[in-house]
Design a protein around this ligand. Structure first.
Ligand SMILES: NC(=O)c1ccc[n+]([C@@H]2O[C@H](COP(=O)([O-])OP(=O)(O)OC[C@H]3O[C@@H](n4cnc5c(N)ncnc54)[C@H](O)[C@@H]3O)[C@@H](O)[C@H]2O)c1
Length: 280
């Protein structure tokens, strides 16, 4: 097998056409109508997976699915609000009937409501937790059922560096994402013995619809790049690729793990500490 992917990821793999072993696998992506979820759906379709694109914005999911089917992939858009237990159960039934039992779940749909802890309303707090945390549990349970029955499967949760570091004015976002990491580890402990793995990715600053307003402000992209070791803001594919690795059997001994994918932002803390003659 020849796997000549270059160190910066620019050369594609050659040799084994199905190095990831995902061809024909039924892969469900929540929030697949935009950003990181759309990139995951595209990446999974490119390696031959059968992809279900869940989104509460079904028009957006349909647009992405149409691009994929136009290239010969198997892709199904499904309307689903992941915070709604009945809607998730319906979506799982639809996917089972149309594509077959689920092999991989990408828990990705998420939202942000900016507010300080003093001012955040209970409604805003609960709305974020309902999608970002409870929604991940509901999808894991519904789609995980197929995996537990067959004693095989992989679940990848998109958390955030906000799960590891608080940010002021972020309302319930950090708490919801920190909850995802612990839930992912608990899932690994409960379901690992039954053949189902659970892992998480923690994205740093990624350019998507969710964060578009930050980059629309002149100068902010450069300032964000400057505090990142890789000196650039991330693209959706920067998260989709490691997430697809976690979904695949190539990561078969990773379980309950968290991969921080932030271009080295995490390494820059000490450079924020003022030092005479060192900070430009
Ligand atoms: N963009 C970033 O910088 C960043 C950083 C860290 C983590 N994340 C996480 O990555 C994930 C994807 O975010 P993104 O940046 O691609 O955002 P995005 O806004 O581009 O895409 C999110 C998608 O999720 C869908 N969605 C939202 N709530 C939903 C619900 N209740 N049910 C079904 N679908 C729903 C939206 O319709 C949208 O299509 C989120 O969990 C987010 O918290 C993003």
């Amino acid at each position: 097998m020849n796997t000549n992917i270059s160190i910066d990821g620019t050369e594609k793999m050659s040799g084994s056409a199905d190095w990831l072993g995902l061809a024909g696998q039924v892969c469900v992506v929540s929030g697949a109508g935009s950003g990181i979820g759309a990139a995951m759906a595209q990446g999974l379709a490119a390696v031959g997976a059968r992809v279900a694109l869940l989104d509460r914005d079904v028009a957006a999911a349909r647009r992405v699915a149409a691009q994929l089917t136009g290239k010969g992939a198997v892709a199904l858009a499904v309307e689903c609000d992941i915070a709604d237990e009945a809607a998730v159960a319906d979506a799982a039934k639809t996917v089972r009937a149309e594509l077959g039992a689920c092999d991989v779940l990408m828990n990705n749909a998420g939202m942000l409501r900016a507010a300080s802890l003093e001012t955040v309303t209970v409604a805003q707090w609960n709305e974020v937790l309902a999608v970002n945390l409870t929604g991940y549990l509901l999808c894991s349970r519904e789609f995980g059922r197929d995996m537990l029955e067959r004693q095989r499967g992989s679940i990848v949760h998109v958390a955030s560096i906000a799960a590891l570091h608080p940010q002021t004015q972020s309302g319930a976002y950090s708490a919801s994402k920190a909850g995802v990491l612990l839930m992912s580890r608990q899932m690994a402990a409960e379901w690992g013995p039954r053949g189902v793995r659970s892992n998480a990715v923690c994205p740093g600053m990624i350019r998507t619809a969710l964060s578009a307003s930050f980059y629309a402000e002149p100068g902010f992209e450069a300032r964000r790049a400057a505090v990142t070791a890789s000196r650039r803001v991330g693209e959706p594919e920067d998260i989709a690729n490691p997430a697809i690795f976690l979904a695949s059997g190539r990561s078969s001994y990773l379980n309950g793990a968290e991969i921080v994918v932030d271009g080295g932002l995490d390494c820059m803390l000490m450079d924020m500490v003022p030092r005479p003659g060192f900070n430009d």
